[in-house]
Design a protein around this ligand. Structure first.
Ligand code: ADP
Length: 218
């Protein structure tokens, strides 16, 4: 069965979610209070609606309760984002994902029952910073406040060694969970697998340990 989504706020972030969901063949209702933005999405979303989502009757009349997942991507207007989220949870929407502008906003969203709070600018900023500091770090994804996954290009220090030689688990407390080699992905590499030039290591571990490892590479 096709999943049905609602995206509220069609700025850069909400707009991009809406397009991606539509590309994946999902049913999407796109909502914004701005007519021009809604017109832009009329041919992309299943339904595109001009509405102010801080008005509870609007949410009820649109039947939002029946959708699987609502994404609140209202940008600068934190008050509208909070009010919308509050009402979505009050009318019984099961799954609400909200974009937070800052940590205070995120705290309030947590308190009022948002199911997922995302910080796209903060997270993307961190990922890019890791890449800028060390060209070897292709990507950096936070799993929690303390743990992350990093994609690291093998440099001369790594190439030619086996995983056992490098002893990354004992020295750095990190696990190599996969190696990307050309178009293939080696899942759970073995201790005696040798690292080849241009391999990309996917490592998981504590941020402090990943940072130590990044320093060693740069
Ligand atoms: P981004 O940083 O993702 O580009 P924007 O602030 O540009 O975010 O976009 C947020 C969108 O949310 C805007 O198109 C704005 O019209 C819409 N929006 C803001 N408040 C409401 C509201 N109460 N109801 C519906 N849409 C809203």
């Amino acid at each position: 069965m096709k999943k049905e989504f609602v995206v509220i706020g069609l700025g850069r972030f909400g707009g991009s979610i809406c397009k991606e969901l539509a590309d994946q063949g999902m049913e999407v209702m796109a909502i914004d209070q701005d007519e021009d933005r809604v017109n832009e999405f009329a041919s992309i979303a299943t339904h595109a609606v001009i509405a102010d989502t801080t008005d509870e009757t609007v949410l009820k009349n649109l039947g939002i309760r029946n959708f699987d997942h609502v994404i609140v991507a209202i940008g600068a207007d934190i008050q509208a984002s909070i009010l919308t989220t509050l009402m979505l949870k009050e009318i019984g929407v099961k799954n609400v994902t909200v974009k937070a502008q800052n940590d205070y906003h995120a705290k309030v969203l947590d308190k009022i029952g948002a199911d997922h709070v995302v910080h796209p600018e903060r997270d993307m900023g961190r990922r890019i910073a890791h890449h800028i500091v060390s060209n070897n770090v292709l990507d950096y994804i936070e799993l929690s406040n303390e743990y992350s996954i990093a994609e690291i290009v093998a440099n001369e220090w790594l190439v030619g060694n086996t995983i056992v030689d490098l002893n990354i688990r004992a020295k750095y407390g990190l696990n190599i969970v996969a190696i990307k080699r050309g178009g293939t992905m080696i899942i759970s590499p073995q201790a005696y697998d040798t690292i080849e030039p241009n391999d990309v290591l996917i490592i998981i571990g504590a941020d402090t340990d990943i940072h130590r490892f990044e320093k060693k590479l740069s």
